[in-house]
Unconditional design. Structure first.
Length: 94
C-alpha cells in the first residue's frame, strides 16, 4: 500500500481530501472499536466516497446507514486493492 489515512470523520471536507487513486475504503461507526460497516476496493477512493456521500444525501431511506467515520488505503492498482480487501474482509468478519 502506498498511503493510509487516519480515522476521519464522515464529512464532505474529509471525503474531498481523499486521493484520486485506486485503493480501499473502510466505513465504521466508531473510531476506536475496530469494527467495519463496509469496505470496498475501488478505482478512485475520492470518486467512490463522493458518490456514496451523494447517495446518502439524496436517499432519505439510507439516513440510518450513514457512517460516522472512514479511513482509506491507497494502492498502485485496482488489482492490488482487490487482493488486499479480501484480507481485510476476513479480519473484520464481513
Amino acid at each position: 500500500m502506498s498511503q493510509k489515512s487516519g480515522i476521519l470523520e464522515w464529512n464532505e471536507t474529509n471525503i474531498e481530501s481523499s486521493p484520486v487513486t485506486p485503493g480501499i475504503f473502510v466505513l465504521t461507526n466508531s473510531p476506536t472499536n475496530g469494527t467495519a460497516v463496509d469496505l470496498r476496493a475501488v478505482v478512485s477512493i475520492r470518486d467512490s466516497l463522493t458518490a456514496l456521500h451523494e447517495n446518502f444525501l439524496s436517499d432519505t431511506s439510507t439516513a440510518d446507514h450513514v457512517p460516522r467515520f472512514f479511513y482509506w488505503y491507497s494502492t498502485n492498482t485496482i488489482e492490488e486493492a482487490e487482493e488486499r480487501v479480501d484480507r481485510l474482509r476476513n479480519l473484520y468478519g464481513l
